[in-house]
Every structure is written in structure tokens, then in C-alpha cells.
Design a protein around this ligand. Sequence first.
Ligand SMILES: *Cc1c(COP(=O)(O)O)cnc(C)c1O
Length: 408
Amino acid sequence: MFDYKSAFQNSVEQVRSEGRYRVFADLKRVRGQFPLATRRREDGTEQDVVIWCSNDYLGMGQHPAVLDAMHDALDTVGAGAGGTRNISGTTRSAVDLEAELASWHQKEASLLFTSGYVGNEATLSTLQKILPGLIIFSDALNHASMIEGIRNGGGPRHIFRHNDLAHLEELLAAAPAGAPKLIAFESVYSMDGDIADLKGTIALARKYNAMTYLDEVHAVGLYGATGAGVAERDGVQDQIDIIECTMGKAIGVMGGYIAADAVIVDAVRSWASGFIFTTSLPPALTAGALASVRHLKQHSELREQHQERAQALKDRFAAAGLPVMPSESHIVPVLVGNPVHCKKISDMLLDDYGIYVQPINYPTVPKGTERLRFTPSPNHDDDMMNKLVDAMDKLFSHCNVARRPVAA
Ligand SMILES: *Cc1c(COP(=O)(O)O)cnc(C)c1O
């Protein structure tokens, strides 16, 4: 007789033996006090912690404008959307949000999904149905949701070395000239904090008649004059065919979307299973996201403070001789270079110093580049930074981790 229970146990054991078994920290965020939270330990006791690895980059998840809009929607419209978009889920705030997002990215239209993951998976797999024979050129460090979408579409695909335009061009040049092509990439890569060369990629797309698909998940709200992302910062929004984002990170709520020409959005809307057959986002979420986007557009000082805080933390780590990696963005990775030490430093930061940051180990990053990844927000003050750097300094010494310089 097949032993189901041991099959499940073995699969968990495999994850454990590879050092990939996860225990989630039990955290209660405290409204109005971002980035502070209360952690419940396994023995039930509580501890105050500072969160240093949130993707709610600007604290919009607790902003009064967002919360007011969500309360209001809940009180006036109710909880659930009531169905798929086709059945009864097209609510006013979803329609208004799509118009706002399209105009933010200077596109004709946009389309909401239940998450950024679903947006990538559904759009990339569906594009292969809409454009038979589509060849996808995908950056080697693209997010899992893009990889899944590309795989699920089942069509031909080529992986180019991360941010390596010479390699991308080699692959484009080798493909049949008349075939439909799509270059799929991200603007800010969230593990290293580097930023893609948008203009260079667009030039190649033009030369080889390819479409461009850009994931701006870690950039929306944070870059560009109105926060529309790196494409806005670089003045190339009109030259990217499809922009994909989440509303769960800097926007502070939840959900995903694409923005593109109306005909592209119409085609994806008509063919994407991951859009058609799922209940749409509840009105409170779309209303909250709408309020957040409107606020972000108007408040470039938040983006300035955010960049200033990231630079301040990089400078403090460097001054303490800690191996901060050469990030061009708001992401501040510090190299540990060993999975056991990385996990240990993370555990000790939490238990002994009330500092919460996740260890980033293989397979998320290559072996030997294990790191701690900090995401300072405008709400992380100097005092919090000094305590963090001091704790890291002690723990690097305690674990005898090399303070080797990190090459650019
Ligand atoms: C987080 C993330 C996503 C998924 O967005 P969710 O809204 O969290 O599902 C997509 N792409 C990248 C690069 C991400 O980091």
C-alpha cells in the first residue's frame, strides 16, 4: 500500500536537509508605528522588533489616506467583489483604478490581477497563445512568476545572462527574423539591487523587431517624477510595450496589473485563464490601492527620503567595514557568503537585538553569495540604523565572518 504520510514527510525532510526549511516569524504590525512590530516567540512571550526587510517600502500599508479609503469602501460597498470580472466583479473602484494606473504609466489601458505573481504568470503564458510561435528572451534572474508564465506557455524560450545585452543580442540575431519575439526583464532586481539598462534593451528590441515586457514590481512608487517606475525615470514609458507591477509592495496593499496599448490589454483580458476564471479583487483593496497611487504621484519627497535612507545605511555599513554589496537602488544587501552564518546572524539579530531581517540563501541566490537584504524606508530613523550597524558589527565578529571588500 502506498504510504502517503511518509511521502509528505520525506519531501519536508529533503527541504530540511538542503537547509531550505522555513519557519515564519509571527509578527503583529502596529498601525501608525511602522516599521515597529510585536513578535510572538514560540513560547508565547512577546518582543518588540524593528522590521528591516519589508517590501512595503514607503509604509503605505499604514498610511491614513489608504486606510480611510479602505474603511470607506468596506462600509459603503461591502467585503467581497462578488464574482469574476465577467460575472459581477467589475466594481467602480476597480475601473477607476485601471484608468489611474494606465495614465500613470502613460498607456492606453491597464488590467488588474489578484497578485503580481498571477499577472506575470497569466500574461506571459497567454501571450504565447495570442502570438503563436512567440520566442521569449528572458533574463536569467527573472522572478519565479515570470519563469512559470514563460514555461506554462510552452513555446520556445532563451535565457540571456543577467543584464548582458551582448548575450541578448547574440540570441536575438540567431532567431528567425520573421518570428514574433518578446524580451522579458525586470527594472530593479531585488536580490542584488541592480537596475537593467532599459534604453539598451529597447534599442535591441527595435533592431530585431521584438516586443518588450518589463516587470517594475520593485520600482513602482519609488522611481520617476511621479513614481511610475524606472521607465518613467529614464523617459521610456512609451517604448516599453507591456509594464507589469504589483500593488503589494510600495503601493502597500495587494494585487497586480499590466499596463499597455488598449488592444494588448483587450487580448490578454479575453484569453488569460488566470484573469477570467478568478474572483476579482475586493473593493476595499482596489479603493486602497487607488488612494495609494494618487498619494504616491503627488509626494516625490517620499521617494527622496527613501533614497536618502538607503544611501545613509549603505554609508554606515561601509564605514563599519561591513561588506555592503554594490547596489544601485534602494536595496541594501550585505554579503555573508555562507548559509549557516547567514541564518545564524539573522536568528541572533532577531533574538538578541529585536532586529528582523531574513537570511537570503541558495537557491534564491547562488551558493557563496548568501546575504542579508535590508530595505530601509523613510520611517527607519538614525537611531534604528545605528543600533542595526552596531549589532551587525558585533555579530560579524562573533561569527568570524570575513569583512572582505565586495567588488563592483
Ligand atoms: C514580488 C514579486 C512579484 C510578485 O508580486 P506579488 O504581488 O507579490 O505576487 C513579481 N515580480 C517580482 C520581481 C517580485 O519581486
